[in-house]
Design a protein around this ligand. Structure first.
Ligand SMILES: [Zn+2]
Ligand SMILES: [Zn+2]
Length: 302
């Protein structure tokens, strides 16, 4: 007669057949989904990495990208996806997404990270953590338009408020949109220089942690003693910057523009209506103008 413990093992084997499939990685809920303060993809990857006690770089290299390559291959203009459908395998093809520098903007990099990550957490919908591909819907298909910032930016007041009230620390997507120069909650310029080491940083790096400087690891939840030149300009034209940022918030919430907002944007950018910026640097002005113009062309009225 078989020993009792073998019976027990056998019954566990049988039970395992009805246990639902487990995800390889622990699933974290993205923060503020469906709101203008939705978490950015970079922030989500950093928090997920921290939950697994690894760096974002290790998570990407050892898990997300190998997972992507198991089901996808990328050519110059065409990408392929292999799908296992039980007894047969199907291959679908589609245009390769355009390259974007900021991982929080939907493009070649974020597509690979998302396609690699979603099977690992057995969830979908991570694309809503990226800046939508507004430009692809315009009449300028050959022009590469990027809405993402070149540098990581943050609102120290938001970070401090979450620290003080023990809320999860994260970095909202709106901090990555170049046209949004102020925090819509605190009406202060977004910062790009660490208040401790005065250095700037790229939107993602292998050892990044949410809310902390990648160079000196200090919290970014304090205002700088000396604001940068651009931040000083933003303060001097705060009405304009708030107006643009509020439009960005509106577009992010519904991915559309109200008819009266559309008329107002047209009046401001085509007919010199108020508020008008005089001083802000050219790159920021261009980023704001391109976003407003593109959205006018691509988004339907509500
Ligand atoms: Zn804020
Ligand atoms: Zn620093």
């Amino acid at each position: 007669m078989a020993p009792h413990y073998l019976d027990k093992c056998h019954s566990q084997e049988l039970d395992a057949s009805v246990i639902p499939e487990r995800s390889r990685l622990y699933f974290l809920e993205p923060i503020a989904i469906g709101t203008p303060y939705v978490e950015g993809l970079v922030s989500y990857i950093c928090r997920l990495a921290e939950a697994h006690h690894v760096s974002p770089g290790v998570l990407a290299k050892q898990e997300m990208l190998p997972s992507f390559r198991r089901t996808h291959s990328v050519g110059g203009k065409t990408a392929y996806r292999v799908q296992d459908e039980g007894l047969k395998t199907s291959v679908s093809s589609f245009p390769t997404p355009k390259y974007r520098k900021n991982l929080n903007e939907y493009g070649l990099l974020s597509w690979q990270y998302i396609a690699g990550l979603e099977p690992l957490i057995m969830q979908s919908g991570l694309r809503s953590l990226t800046i939508p591909p507004w430009a692809e819907e315009t009449a300028r298909p050959n022009q590469t338009i990027e809405f993402g910032r070149k540098l990581r930016s943050w609102c120290p007041e938001c970070l401090r408020a979450w620290c003080d009230t023990n809320q999860p620390i994260y970095e909202p997507l709106i901090w990555s949109i170049a046209a949004a120069t102020v925090c819509p909650l605190h009406h202060q310029p977004l910062r790009s220089y660490c208040p401790h080491c005065q250095r700037t940083q790229l939107p993602i790096s292998g050892r990044m942690q949410v809310g902390r400087c990648v160079h000196c690891q200090n919290w970014l939840n304090v205002q700088p003693e000396e604001p940068s030149e651009l931040e000083t300009l933003v303060v001097s034209e705060i009405d304009w910057h708030l107006w643009v940022t509020e439009r960005v918030v509106e577009i992010l919430i519904s991915n559309s523009i109200k008819a009266e907002t559309r008329d107002e944007i047209e009046r401001v950018i085509y007919h010199g209506g108020q508020p008008q910026p005089d001083l802000t640097d050219l790159n920021t002005r261009q980023a704001q103008g391109i976003l407003l113009e593109t959205c006018l062309q691509s988004l339907n009225k509500t």
